[in-house]
Write a protein that binds this ligand. Structure first.
Ligand SMILES: [Zn+2]
Ligand SMILES: [Zn+2]
Length: 238
């Protein structure tokens, strides 16, 4: 009802836009350039060490089957993701989920299956209290509505000693070790085989080093009945 009185406008250009981002401004956001590493979704700029695989992936095991990000974390993308996460702009989950929806529909291999469930990357209780919401859960909910997929939340994020220091100051190895420690199966989640669909998509706002995605995917892949875990993020730090 309020929308009739105050029309929804594009957060970038101010023109009328039903999802807070007009087609023109969405198209101008920096998309991850191809070719990609088929495992982690990073742009390889044609310099992959092996075909379709980037050097950053080489030292790691592969608890997930694929990861894809829609946008590069710079310019307007950085501002939108930052506002969703830190400035209580929860309404931005809708246009950013729409970006993920378009990425999903552009990939026939995943889009041809209908038996996916979305799993948001959890945040710890302290951040949840401060922010009032989990931005990944908002994205998953919006994307689930657009794709007609259920959202399940089997994961929890604990607090560790390392969290008290800035994660950005930790080395890649330390980040991975911390991530492996803090992401776990939620105590309230039933462990029965039938409780999770076989194909899961982990949803998050940003893919940085992949430590979070690997840690969460490892927990999900260990659950009975799970056959495939994919990772979908709005933006990628490059
Ligand atoms: Zn616009
Ligand atoms: Zn890679």
């Amino acid at each position: 009802m309020l929308r009739w009185i105050y029309p929804v406008t594009c957060v970038v250009c101010g023109e009328s836009a039903p999802l807070y981002l007009c087609d023109s401004c969405r198209e101008k956001l920096p998309h991850v350039p191809r070719p990609l590493c088929l495992y982690c979704g990073a742009a390889t700029f044609g310099r992959a060490s092996e075909p379709d695989r980037c050097e950053a992936c080489a030292p790691f095991t592969r608890p997930y089957s694929w990861a894809r990000s829609a946008l590069v974390l710079e310019g307007e993308t950085r501002r939108l993701v930052h506002d969703l996460k830190y400035h209580r702009a929860s309404y931005l989950a809708t246009p950013l989920a729409d970006v993920l929806y378009r990425l999903w529909q552009s990939n026939p291999r995943v889009a041809s299956r209908q038996d996916w469930a979305l799993v948001p990357v959890p945040i710890d209780s302290r951040r949840h209290y401060e922010r009032g919401y989990n931005q990944a859960a908002l994205l998953a909910k919006e994307l689930g509505r657009m794709l007609g997929f259920p959202v399940v939340e089997p994961l929890t994020r604990l607090l560790s000693e390392e969290d008290k220091r800035s994660m950005t100051r930790l080395s890649a190895r330390a980040r991975q070790q911390n991530a492996n420690k803090v992401y776990a199966l939620s105590p309230s989640w039933p462990r029965e085989a039938a409780s999770l669909p076989p194909h899961l998509v982990l949803v998050d706002d940003v893919y940085t080093t992949g430590a979070t995605a690997r840690a969460c995917a490892r927990v999900l892949a260990s659950l009975p009945g799970v056959q495939e875990v994919g990772v979908l993020t709005v933006a990628r730090a490059m």
